[in-house]
Design a protein around this ligand. Sequence first.
Ligand SMILES: [Zn+2]
Length: 322
Amino acid sequence: MKRLCAFFVVVCVVSIIAAPVSSRAASQPDRQVAITIDDLPAASSNLISAAEIVELTSRLLGTLRDQKVPVVGFVNERKLYKFGEVDERIKALKMWLDYGFELGNHTYTHMSLNQVGLKAWEDDVIQGENVTRLLLAERNMKLRYFRHPFLDTGRDLETRRDAEAFLVARGYRIAPVTLDAWDWMYAGVYEDAKKRSDSALEQELVSSYLSYSDQVFAYSEQLAKQTIGYEPKQILLLHANQLEADHIGELIELMRKRGYRFITLGDALSDQAYGLPDTFVGEEGTGWLERWAITQGKPPQETPVFPQWVMERSKALHQPQP
Ligand SMILES: [Zn+2]
């Protein structure tokens, strides 16, 4: 009996030692994600100088290159046209290609398809192509990705489908979004805190942003499994802002801990999920996981709650949604 007990003790000790290794492997599924960054050359480009845009861009892209994370950046070309700064702002855009990344179109003025007629919106898409197409052509690359501003894809299905046909005819692939933790809402508050040298608030914002992102990732992984039966190759939406320039490394680390590998947008789009039925229309743009769920008649429940205090501070700054 004594010997049997001793045997069990040994078995237990061995399994306790072995457990963390096997459960770690089991608890870390192989996840894949493509990162996309909107509102280039910088989300708050009307508030900061070209020199600051170049500085922000080099920090952001430096981290992404060091981390070997492929990215497509989506441009609003109107942001290039500030008197006396056009060349330097175009230089900031060029840096994306110099670092080995790709550029896509996000319309000229960041126009919502839900707020204007189709023709005016199409003109804004075309006007948004000039510089980006040239910069890409210099490197034998094509302008091939489009991201809808505000994720607004039309208030009725006819407009939505007409716009999609227009984009396809111009050679675009639409870049959907499946992961979005509203970094833009944090970014304005963060930039304001930085300007006032309020480092305590900066830190609070960063830790809130990272923990909210973690919640959004967990929620989205779950929603994907419920809606389409598996986790597709995800597409994350971020913005070109100080918050990401300073802290995208921590976000990447957080995602690696969740088991994510970083892939190109082209690779992500090869996932069959992006061909699933999607008849979503609405006043407010939303992510593609939500669209598939709504199309199936199962709108998502219990979505993560965005921290109220950040929202209030953001509203107090009157920052527009990017
Ligand atoms: Zn945008």
